[in-house]
Design a protein around this ligand. Sequence first.
Ligand code: PEP
Length: 254
Amino acid sequence: MIKPIIVGNWKLNGTKKRIKKFSKLLSLFLTQHNFKGTIAISLPVIYSYIIKNLSIFKKKKIFLSAQNVDNHTLGSFTGEISPNMLYDMMIKYVIIGHSERRFNHQETNYIVANKFRLLKKENLIPILCIGETEQEKKDNKIKEICVKQIDTIFNMCGIHAFDNSIIAYEPIWAIGSHNSANPLKAQFVAQFIRQYINSKLNYKIKNFFIQYGGSVTKNNILELMSQKDIDGFLIGKASLKITEFIKILELINI
Ligand code: PEP
């Protein structure tokens, strides 16, 4: 792992006070350490301004990510936020296809692919979450599920779809479970994803990264990061606690 991409997904957590405290300590850490990778924080989008006001944001030592986007660009869609609005707010990365949205908001592969298409049009970087359920793992369907989720994107967005993008391999059973995937198994799937994407292309892909997500902690980060095809992490729970998040960053930076 040369220049890892670390994204902290805060989900539906945080208050102004808590996020300000987190940002202050993260700023201090990044000012005192030369972190070699890329860090983005995916806050509830109304709190993004807190990160945006930091000097480390202006110095591009930290980036903003969003947890979702609508699959329309404008119009009568009450409560939604469009890709161009996110771009306007200096957000760079957008998580799409997270299993919590697929299940809680009935987002199909088609809807996710349409979001991916709109993000690319707006020059935002999609973080496409893919991965299998516990049952699909038992049924030996990991590759099949990943291929289906990837192919919907290729079919809608064409051969260059994955240039400048991130796939987060997130086995659904591992998310929030304290039960991360075995690092060798995560590597196996990450390698499969990379090979599958490359097998579809007749050119060398640019700026394409694979993250692992699912119960990443300070205790398992070292083994996960030593896997060849894992370029970074999407981190939920462990990104909420500043001490744990900083510990993870320290370990990655060794
Ligand atoms: C996630 O929700 O994307 C995630 C990886 O969560 P956790 O790290 O808590 O498993």
